[in-house]
Write a protein that binds this ligand. Structure first.
Ligand code: CO
Length: 132
């Protein structure tokens, strides 16, 4: 069901500094930037082969990423897996009796359709199902 790793999301305090770090240290370029007001985040996508590193920074104090940074500090926030059908993958999680954050698929960045699976029930990792 999981076809590829779409992205590894990393919560950072300073988006510009993190973008510069990846460019200067690894020659890795940002290929997409987007502000997602419904999630209270701004993202920068850095392409690595067919996957991305998604640098995430909060745009408001109410953002879940702001809470994450306050509680845990900078670091890996979630892993996004590509799926052919977000709805089908989400149903499979629910059918297995596991907790989800999104009861139904919703729009993500880059025109994707996404849903989040709760880390409690997924061995501590916040999982995002990503349909392109
Ligand atoms: Co994501």
């Amino acid at each position: 069901m999981l076809t590829e790793i779409d992205h590894v999301a990393i919560a950072v305090n300073d988006l510009e500094a993190a973008i510069a770090y990846y460019r200067e240290t690894f020659g890795a370029e940002t290929v997409h930037r987007e502000r997602i007001d419904s999630d209270g985040v701004e993202e920068a996508l850095i392409k690595v082969a067919d996957s991305y590193v998604q640098l995430l920074t909060p745009t408001s104090d109410a953002s879940p990423v702001a809470k994450f940074l306050a509680n845990k500090g900078e670091g890996i926030h979630h892993v996004g897996y590509r799926v052919a059908s977000c709805a089908q993958a989400l149903d499979a999680v629910k059918a297995g009796g596991h907790r989800v954050i999104d009861e139904a698929p919703r729009p993500g960045s880059r025109g994707t359709t996404v849903a989040f699976v709760h880390p409690k029930g997924a061995f501590g990792t916040l999982i995002e199902l990503v349909e392109e």
